[in-house]
Design a protein around this ligand. Sequence first.
Ligand code: CP
Length: 315
Amino acid sequence: MAAPAAETTWTRKHLLDLESLSADEIGVILDTAEAFKDVSTRSVKKVPALRGRVVVNLFFEESTRTRTSFTLAAQRLSADVIDFSAKGSSVAKGETLGDTARNIEAMGVDLIVCRHPASGAPHLLSRCVNCCVINAGDGRHEHPTQALLDLFTIRQHKGRIEGLKVAIVGDVANSRVARSNLWGLTKLGAEVTFVGPTTLVPRTFEQFGARVCHDIDAVIGEFDVINMLRIQMERVTSNVFPSVQEYTRLFGLNGQRMRRAKPDVLVMHPGPMNRGIEITTEVADGARSAILQQVTNGLAVRMAVLFLCNQAAGG
Ligand code: CP
């Protein structure tokens, strides 16, 4: 059984991945998020925990959920927030990531939230600056706060993570969400199955503790949670399946497949969704879907991450 987190203190000023976190540390974040969840339901949706601190969103890739969620989370903690986009900045003139971050830090920034198309970019940043660095998604590597909000949502619905059977379906090869979920879920004692075509779900993932399956219909009845991944057209580099229609027919989550799933199965998707490709509207908006709850929970989880990293930095 995963050890209770109550006695564990958080000492990291950066959140770069879930691979390096212990089950206790993940538990501390989830429990802290639980405490912050109420803030969003109050008439005054603010606490003073980060008053006087400055958070910069350093995003080199598109985002709707993560960027907005980090902005709101920082505002609800009473921090000042700056939104940086690579487009329109001196990055276009050739400035390096390290120089960009050091210049931003020189203006008195306390926490940098970074999304970057290159795997490892937030890790590099954490070695360039003294302030806190939080990974908001790096290439195909990790998206730790997405997995944390997924864990939070699963725990909210199922009351536990340990012993659950979780399917992660689709473009695993290109998915930072799948990697972070694998680390988080397995550390907390869940059993993870990656499902998809051989080109997107290679057997190599077995060495990291996942079961690999290429036939969703053979296993769909086993799962407590089904997390559908977006087909990432921008990262798919070659013809990895014959056609989108073929992919949808073989792996898409639709009403017919849902009737063979457990009656209390929880359906998740990190967004943005390709409706009608990896998931039908009937399922995405159906009674078993937690997709919008994931987004809601993301706010509390990101408040917890900002709060804990700032506290570990002595803020
Ligand atoms: N889930 C997620 O990372 O969504 P965005 O790309 O919109 O931030």
